[in-house]
Design a protein around this ligand. Structure first.
Ligand code: GLP
Length: 260
């Protein structure tokens, strides 16, 4: 895993956005996997800026979002549909029909999940999957104990996740307890993974994900088995990594390393 540590959230967001832009410049019809949460907002802001001032083109891009709350309509202010529209899609030139987000209101979840998996394959698979991490180490809504081979399905949220996400709702009872999420196995099939984390409250989960054993109790730890992951961290989120000196040494020496 390549680990890039930035001194600020802005710097981290710009570095990750640059990786997305490089992909889109070399493959204008790339398929992106996208997360929600506060972590990727800086990346989305930077992508919107690049679209506006540098002409970064999304007209042939396809996106698949990781997850959605069960029971929230698309126009609910806390739905991930709404979040994506407000934070990214309304600022770029992506055609509406190229945007896929799991439905939180289908009347047949099993069929929807199968269709979602099939659409990802029909679109050629995900070229780059962006990911945040929950404080309990989850990716998407793959809570601790999720199968590392899991596919898109309904998950019951764990208590720490409900508590973390309560800040966006009026009261904790309003937080949905079910979500539809891509599985760890689905995420794992992306060709490249961009893993993002900022803030001291993520330091424990980040250390377990990157340096701990691979375990379904920290579903992000499955990323250790993926051949192409870059982790973009700010200094606070990197604060509990035991090998931080090494990662910074590699980062500093990187540009001078022999070409492979
Ligand atoms: C939710 C989302 C995850 C996200 C996590 C962390 O659980 N399903 O995809 O990574 O929140 O969110 P935040 O970035 O706000 O800390």
């Amino acid at each position: 895993m390549e680990i890039i540590i930035s001194s600020t959230y802005e710097e981290m967001s710009k570095a990750a956005a640059k990786a997305v832009a490089e992909l889109l410049n070399s493959k204008p019809n790339a398929v992106l996997g996208l997360p929600t949460g506060s972590t990727p907002i800086g990346v989305y802001k930077e992508l919107a800026r690049m679209h506006k001032s540098e002409g970064l083109d999304f007209s042939r891009v396809t996106t698949f979002n990781l997850d959605e709350y069960v029971g929230l309509k698309k126009d609910h202010p806390q739905s991930y549909h709404y979040f994506m529209h407000e934070n990214l899609f309304k600022h770029i030139n992506i055609p509406k029909q190229n945007v896929y987000i799991p439905s939180g209101t289908t009347d047949n979840y099993a069929a929807f999940c199968q269709w979602y998996e099939r659409r990802i394959k029909e679109c050629g698979g995900i070229d780059m999957q962006l990911l945040g991490i929950g404080s309990d180490g989850h990716i998407g809504f793959n809570e601790p104990s999720s199968s590392l081979g899991s596919r898109t399905r309904i998950k019951t949220l764990a208590r720490p996740t409900i508590e973390d996400n309560a800040r966006f709702f009026e009261k904790i009872e309003d937080v949905p307890i079910y979500a539809i999420t891509m599985g760890v196995g689905t995420i794992f099939e992306a060709r490249k993974i961009v893993f993002l984390a900022n803030g001291a409250n993520k330091a424990d989960a980040v250390a377990k994900a990157i340096e701990g054993p691979v375990t379904s109790m920290i579903t992000a730890s499955a990323l250790q088995l993926h051949p192409d992951v870059t982790a973009y961290l700010d200094r606070a989120a990197a604060g509990k990594l035991t090998m931080i000196d090494y990662y910074e040494w590699v980062q500093a020496k990187g540009p001078g390393a022999p070409k492979q």
